[in-house]
Design a protein around this ligand. Structure first.
Ligand code: XMP
Length: 513
């Protein structure tokens, strides 16, 4: 396995992504959590130093662990990783004076062939993505230059004898088109064969679940989303009827959603599944509530109560299964410290395991989202479940700004179903991160036939995103929008106006509340 030492770059996770795409298993660990003992225990077959925002010559600058250069394994340093490598091995790094470079640059080859550059420079200079203030001004002994750019004379450097490679640019981002090739060359050189596959992961995970759980009972909150679905199916495959899933129906799901989820799991997987229809409880508690945070907290609190009530009926439950993913587990390097502001109180079952004295089973802890999808395919989960857009825990409540009423929810469900049907019919579903309808807390005047209408307005939203942290608006054609508007107004009673939300994130958020 490969160790990525994180020096705080925004894009460290992308390095891991690129390596996983090459079927190489890697883990990210912050620089201040790895020491000589850790290195020994981890026994990496190769190491990558990420980029980072610091200056190597600043006081307290992040440094790699002692002994890393004596492991005798290939090391690749990226951006700050290059600078820190030079600094530690006897080179020099400087800042300032117009040598900063941000964005696209072109690298020209210099010396002889370098194995990690196989496939580069076939058509002349290569485009790379730079993002650095400081730069290497003197190479460490043993290093040579293999590529230069106008502002980075040491864009690509290596000490071939020791298998140390260091680049000033970021090969992990898409703006470095041959970056993936560079990683591929590096891992091949380090002896990785690319044998880390989902089929292998499935077997390993099943064995690990059996070992952890023994003959005890496991409970799982199933939402029908891809993470909880894959978690449930994997655990079911490992321990069969020792798993019971609770599907909490809070009455804020989309059209036919509860029926579809329950049928899929009961019919295809013969899974113990409790369909907890508690919509009356949730909708009752939400009556008259219009503040978004009060809505979220009410739903979160009731969800935990309800889940606990059903879980208590399962004799001898000792474990709670959760679809925690790798990005939630990676410890991030924090330079600024201090808590960030709460924009929204997210819905989760955090705190529940301690409260109920349950131990956690988290078989997806090592996977990225698209790997969970691949595992889902491996497990035979239907494509319609694997490719689903994310759906928030509080459900339609946060797509119904203001007070939630049964009438508004009914309209919202119909409008959303027509909108998604349109998107699927036009083959756009998979190009969009998330699309949904919301119902606005107002009525407006319209005219239909010869009569006046006074009905609700629906807002449509569709965004592209990589991780939900930032998002761009999806550019539908005018024809598509016109057709969709007509269908919603004709097919959904109670709507006489349709808006399209043009707000990116930031400044907006994806959901309306
Ligand atoms: P926002 O609205 O914060 O949403 O831009 C970012 C992503 O998170 C989803 N979302 C949630 N997911 N529980 C969840 O599991 C929540 O409480 C929650 N709130 C928002 C949202 O759908 C989008 O994908």
């Amino acid at each position: 396995r490969l160790l990525i030492i994180d020096f705080g770059s925004q894009v460290t996770q992308l390095i891991a992504r690129r390596l996983r795409e090459l079927n190489v298993y890697c883990e990210i660990h912050p620089f201040n959590r790895v020491d000589e003992a850790f290195l020994k225990a981890f026994a990496p077959q190769a190491v990558i130093f990420s980029g980072g925002p610091a200056s190597v010559y600043a006081e307290g600058a992040p440094m790699p662990p002692a002994g890393v250069f004596d492991l005798g394994v290939p090391i690749l340093g990226i951006c700050y990783g290059q600078q820190v490598m030079m600094h530690c091995l006897g080179g020099k790094v400087e800042g300032g004076h117009g040598t900063a470079e941000f964005g696209r640059a072109f690298v020209t080859p210099t010396a002889a062939q370098l194995s990690i550059l196989d496939g580069w420079f076939a058509e002349g200079d290569e485009q790379v993505w730079m993002s650095h203030g400081d730069h290497v001004s003197k190479l460490a002994p043993g290093f040579e230059v293999y590529g230069t750019s106008p502002n980075a004379p040491f864009a690509i450097t290596a000490d071939v004898a020791r298998n140390f490679y260091a680049v000033q640019f970021h090969p992990e981002v898409h703006h470095t088109p041959k970056g993936a090739k560079l990683y591929e060359n590096f891992v091949r050189l380090a002896g990785f064969t690319g044998d880390w596959t989902m089929a292998g992961y499935r077997e390993q995970a099943i064995a690990a679940i059996r070992e952890q759980v023994g003959d005890k009972q496991v409970i799982c909150a199933l939402s029908g989303g891809v993470d909880s679905s894959v978690t449930a199916i994997l655990i079911h495959e490992a321990i069969g009827s020792q798993l019971t899933c609770v599907f909490v129906d809070h009455g804020l799901l989309r059209k036919n959603e509860a029926e579809q989820v329950v049928a899929m799991f009961r019919e295809n997987y013969n899974l113990n599944l409790i369909h907890a229809d508690e919509s009356a409880l949730f909708l009752g508690a939400l009556e008259g509530v219009s503040d978004p945070e009060v809505k979220r907290k009410t739903i979160g609190r009731l969800f935990i109560d309800v889940f606990q009530k059903y879980a208590n009926q399962i004799e001898g439950a000792e474990f709670l299964a959760q679809g925690t993913l790798y990005p939630d587990v990676i410890e991030s390097v924090s330079f600024s410290g201090g808590p960030s502001v709460t924009i929204k109180s997210h819905h989760n079952v955090g705190g529940l395991p301690e409260k109920m004295g349950l131990k956690l089973v988290e078989p997806l802890r090592e996977l990225f989202k698209d790997e969970v999808r691949a595992l889902g395919r491996e497990l035979g989960l239907p494509a319609s479940f694997i490719g689903r857009h994310p759906f928030p825990g509080p459900g339609l409540a946060i797509r119904c700004p203001g007070e939630i009423t049964a009438e508004k929810l009914a309209i919202l469900r119909e409008a959303d179903a027509v909108y998604i049907d349109q998107i699927r019919k036009h083959g756009l579903y998979d190009q969009i991160w998330q699309a949904f309808a919301a119902i606005l807390p107002m009525k407006t005047v319209g005219v239909m036939g010869d009569g006046r209408t006074y009905d609700y307005a629906v807002a449509l939203r569709a965004v592209t995103s990589v991780d939900g942290m930032t998002a761009d608006v999806f550019p539908f054609s005018h024809d598509f929008m016109g057709e969709t508007m007509t269908r919603i107004i004709n097919e959904v009673k109670g709507v006489n106006r349709v808006f399209y939300d043009l707000t990116s994130k930031p400044p907006g958020t994806i959901e309306l509340e």
